[in-house]
Design a protein around this ligand. Structure first.
Ligand code: AMP
Length: 169
């Protein structure tokens, strides 16, 4: 049912990219909570201590998931947004280059982190997020996504890190 609320937008933000637009999903009072319930059911809540979302669409799913599962929420942000001492990682996107950051005290040593984003494409973003969490002392329990673009092999790029997704293309 989630699938019906994902809209394909061709040639956005660049020619040749088929953008998976999740705004219809967010708009639906039935599909959005259903999506959060399904994400919560993908991974046992006992296997992680905190939910970490990647700016900005990872926040839209990560924060409600944290509320739903009774966990805290940690934001991984674009450069220059976090006010406190941070570490950063740069990475390649399906359409460009970018950088993400995390506060040095965002997770405590050995804490198990569930990483959340909307789309797994090449895996570059999530790979950088995994490195950030480890850099500040966290353990990555798993990663989860609403959408996985199988043909881009993001899973392979993430190696041994468990990957869960709701809708696969
Ligand atoms: P990647 O690092 O290649 O796995 O790209 C993942 C990030 O880019 C996610 O934060 C997505 O929000 C975004 N993204 C990449 N490709 C797409 C796509 N085809 N449709 C929507 N978002 C995408």
């Amino acid at each position: 049912m989630i699938e019906r609320f994902i809209r394909d937008v061709p040639d956005f933000p660049k020619p040749g990219i088929l953008f998976k637009d999740i705004t219809p999903l967010l708009q639906s009072a039935e599909a959005f909570p259903e999506c959060i319930d399904q994400l919560a059911a993908l991974i046992p809540a006992s296997s992680y201590d905190v939910v970490c979302g990647i700016e900005s669409r990872g926040f839209l799913f990560g924060a409600p998931l944290a509320l739903r599962t009774g966990k805290g929420f940690v934001p991984i942000r674009k450069p220059g947004k976090l006010p406190y001492k941070s570490v950063s990682q740069s990475y390649d996107l399906e359409y460009g280059k970018d950088r993400i950051e995390i506060h040095v005290d965002a997770v405590s040593h050995g804490q198990r982190v569930l990483l959340v984003d909307d789309v797994l494409a090449t895996g570059g973003t999530m790979d950088a997020a995994v490195k950030l969490v480890r850099q500040v002392g966290g353990r990555v329990a798993a990663t989860c996504f609403v959408i996985e673009l199988l043909f881009l092999n993001g899973r392979k790029r993430l190696g041994d890190v468990p990957v869960h997704s709701l809708v696969k293309y």
